[in-house]
Design a protein. Structure first.
Lengths: 100, 100
DNA sequence: TTATATTAGCCAAATATTGTCAAGTCAAAA
DNA sequence: TTTTGACTTGACAATATTTGGCTAATATAA
């Protein structure tokens, strides 16, 4: 249940790779990747896609860390945040039944 | 469990008010309010604040409809959306324990 | 010191979101 | 059928937010 930055940093370090190495692989400026790993910048959807594929064995972990971070960010410092999130879950579940 | 637009429209109509009347009260362009009530535009935080106070007896309902809509929007068309939302909930709960 | 890795600050560029206006639809009243 | 009033729509201008990447700063080790 880590945030996206810590998740990415742990993955990179577990492979003993440098920012510039991963950056070169994904055509991502190393200083930008640094910011992402320190939760200073939220990666774009495309960047998450590239990163999750790069760390393929942890694909879902990366995506979920990113999505959940964005959700938390959305309701941070809102008193009703948690309640709204439970409502949002129901809405999504409802939408899913509609689709099938 | 309605979306923000339907919620606002139902509230306005229950009071028999016109778009321009509510608009004038909140210094909100009626055509913009129209878009908001049809879920064509997401209201800003400030607009939600004003609207929720205007419909004071349903304050929380308005805020929750808005927040949950934003959350749903954030993960719509993401396979892992629902899962990520459950993770986000845990993160928020965790953050709350930190604060107290 | 020198070299390498990472972080920080800055700001222009790119994107996304909002606000407004003029024109349009529609239904009911005149 | 013309007019009126409420609302909607589309286009575009105005704003706001986010992003990318450069340069400089910092840190750490050889």
């Amino acid at each position: 249940m880590k945030n996206i930055g810590d998740t990415l940093r742990a993955l990179r370090e577990s492979k003993g790779l440098l920012l510039r190495e991963v950056g070169a692989e994904l055509s991502l400026d190393p200083t930008l990747l640094s910011k992402i790993e320190r939760n200073d910048r939220m990666p774009t959807k495309e960047q998450v896609k590239a990163l999750s594929e790069f760390y393929e064995d942890k694909k879902n972990e990366v995506v979920i860390a990113w999505l959940s971070d964005k959700l938390v960010y959305e309701v941070q410092d809102e008193d009703l945040g948690l309640l709204a999130m439970k409502v949002a879950e129901k809405k999504i579940e409802y939408i899913k039944t509609q689709k099938s």
